[in-house]
Design a protein around this ligand. Sequence first.
Ligand code: HEM
Length: 289
Amino acid sequence: MNDKPSGCPMGAGAKAGAEWHGAQLDFKESMSYGDYLGLDRILSAQHPLSPNHNEMLFIIQHQTSELWIKLMLHELQAVRQNIRGNNLPPAFKMLARVARIMDQLVHAWDVLATMTPPEYTAIRPYLGASSGFQSFQYRQLEFILGNKNPNLLKVHEKSPESHAILERELHAPSVYDEAVMLLARSGFPVAPQRLAPGRTGPTVLDDSVKAAWLGVYQDTEHHWALYELAEKLVDLETAFRFWRFRHVSTVERIIGFKTGTGGTEGASYLRKMLDVVLFPELFALRTEL
Ligand code: HEM
């Protein structure tokens, strides 16, 4: 047999009955990498509208962010279930994964920051009123982490399916609500109104919750699992804050203080979003330790 790897991929690939280090080369009858991943659909979903070279970066940056957000939502839904079921070790693992995904999205801004103002200006007229502000998955991410705002559902009326998912998420307990319910189940007194279902606004600081978490942090030995849960949540919120900050800094770098395509005042709107606190008590208690 003289069909050993030739060291030259072109040569090896060109021969009939070719071989390459034992790898399967014929996929006429079996599932390949691209089949499994649906790559034909993913890689044919980039449709620049402008003649500008840089629009491809803009599209891929958003699409990859959406894929990572999809994974974060997948993980966070399971985190919520696991906390509800008092099954914390898997929740820790998943929360760590979500925080690392967020870290990665923080670094992804470096790639987008290679886009200069003239490059963005060339594509902006083609974007119409479309904006990340209308990202359905991003809104779901905010909601599942407790930053809820029913006014923002309207954007999604165009897609009844997305709207219904967001509506459900708006009324469901957030991941943090589940953590607060776990505090209560663990014997910490939590005000009944904080445990009542159906909150549809952002999480606001509750003194009983703050006192409960303070109790956890003051006796970590006895409340190690709750302490670990709290720190995992703080890790995630910290990474999310960095993402928000890199977003607004990149936006200022690229469009300055122009209004956004989504209709807000632009960078100053995003600056206001830096004040969002997802898990208020976990940050407030630190002053008292
Ligand atoms: C050149 C690149 C970008 C610019 C100039 C930009 C600009 C803006 C502006 C001005 C807003 C405020 C809403 C508006 O009026 O449009 C916004 C919101 C938003 N953008 Fe970007 N953005 C960029 C890239 C990205 C990327 C890559 C993502 C990743 C998914 C993203 C996700 C979002 C999200 C989720 C919001 C809503 C934030 C909130 O409501 O708190 N943006 N963007």
